[in-house]
Design a protein around this ligand. Structure first.
Ligand SMILES: Nc1ncnc2c1ncn2[C@@H]1O[C@H](COP(=O)(O)OP(=O)(O)OP(=O)(O)O)[C@@H](O)[C@H]1O
Ligand SMILES: Nc1ncnc2c1ncn2[C@@H]1O[C@H](COP(=O)(O)OP(=O)(O)OP(=O)(O)O)[C@@H](O)[C@H]1O
Ligand SMILES: [Mg+2]
Ligand SMILES: [Mg+2]
Lengths: 221, 221
């Protein structure tokens, strides 16, 4: 499904050059449940953003379903992203002027679904993450963990085959975090591919494979 | 040091009225190390924002060092806040156009320290949270956990007697989170009062007292 071949990514320039990913190679197959662990600043989000087609490597090959993404125009990236990927961002990236329901409906509206259909699916997904009474709250009228759950709902509403989650339970108590993890396990059971960055070793132990990131390099047992 | 007497706080209005804090009463004494736990949405941040003098109760009494805050003008709140409180916010609240060093220097500049003095103290504090090589990175050039550590450094740079931390290790791996906790324990050993919201039971166990929040009410063992 996803292949990295000798991928490098740097930010900034001398003397502030940061080599965030160094010669990273791995494959993720359809239906896998992968946890990505590593210290703060080690390159996990940078790696995930390339998997999620919202950033590009400086060097090396990125293959999606065998397709070499390197020479494709931006609209191929955004089309694949909209149709195939649900992404829970580390900083949530909710739109502050819209309420929870509309934020979650947006990916479906972008795919051309009707307003009625998109809102119904958004309502169901918000309920599934425990936000039944918060549909019409805007992000700044929600607690940190509630905002995180809106971000999760938005990633799941489109029933995408690939779900990327950058620390999806960081703002949640143990019980609520466990419920979100159960949800991901159910989706994986339905055949969806899940790639999840987490700092929580209990959460990581639920995944079937662990990739560790340290100072821009990856390690697997 | 801090006393809540029958404090209530609501948001919104019917039919969307949220009763975020319900008849909350407790005291926190100088030098304590208190952990606040509870489910997502239970009212912890709302409580902390009142302790931190950035929000006010709708009902009930707030006393700081015996002073009834209820009838004081806003400039008494902001003066106390600037001089006495270091606050690590759940969403960090960094200023995106300034680099890490300037963000951390700001509380000292607000107190009238010289630019040179403020930057020196900021540099030392950033180093203490492991960000030696990131002084001139802006927030969007930092990882999630690095941004959190800038927020922590900013809360600590003024050596305030009261440190409030809303989920200060939420974006950190176990090791880095442990280092931050050691830092808080050192500061508590120096006599500073620490009030910390956390979802992590290991972190909570390091505190000397636990206050639980559930659906707007507080409970203590
Ligand atoms: N401006 C607002 N308008 C309406 N409701 C609000 C507003 N701010 C907070 N709330 C509600 O008040 C309740 C308490 O919020 P608070 O942020 O204190 O929770 P919390 O315990 O910090 O949660 P978390 O662990 O998720 O950060 C939540 O249910 C939230 O939806
Ligand atoms: N725009 C940028 N300019 C300069 N450096 C950057 C930029 N973005 C990220 N970095 C650096 O790249 C490194 C990797 O960042 P990344 O966000 O991938 O880390 P992470 O593993 O997700 O960390 P965390 O667990 O703290 O979220 C960090 O050291 C960070 O400072
Ligand atoms: Mg990250
Ligand atoms: Mg909160």
């Amino acid at each position: 499904l996803i292949e990295f071949k000798n991928i490098n990514k740097t930010f900034g320039r001398e003397p502030n050059l940061v080599h965030a990913l160094k010669d990273v190679s791995f494959k993720i197959y359809p239906g896998e449940f992968v946890a990505i662990l590593g210290p703060s600043g080690s390159g996990k989000t940078t790696l995930m953003n390339i998997v999620g087609l919202i950033d590009k490597p400086d060097d090396g090959g990125l293959y999606i379903d065998g397709l070499n993404m390197g020479d494709k125009p931006d609209k191929v990236y955004s089309k694949l992203r909209n149709q195939k990927i649900g992404f829970v961002f580390q900083k949530f990236n909710l739109i502050s002027k819209y309420d929870a329901l509309y934020n979650v409906a947006l990916p479906l509206l972008h795919r051309g679904k009707s307003y009625k259909e998109a809102k119904e699916a958004a309502a169901i997904t918000l309920d599934r993450v425990g936000l039944e009474n918060r549909h019409h709250h805007k992000p700044n009228e929600l607690s940190g963990g509630q905002q995180q759950r809106v971000a999760i709902a938005r990633a799941l509403v489109g029933e995408s085959p690939l779900i990327l989650a950058d620390e999806p339970t960081g703002a949640l108590d143990k019980k609520t975090g466990g419920e979100i993890l159960d949800l991901f396990e159910d989706l994986n059971g339905q055949g969806k591919t899940i790639v999840m960055i987490t700092h929580d070793l209990d959460i990581a132990s639920k995944a079937k494979r662990i990739i560790r990131v340290d100072d821009g390099r990856i390690f697997e047992d």
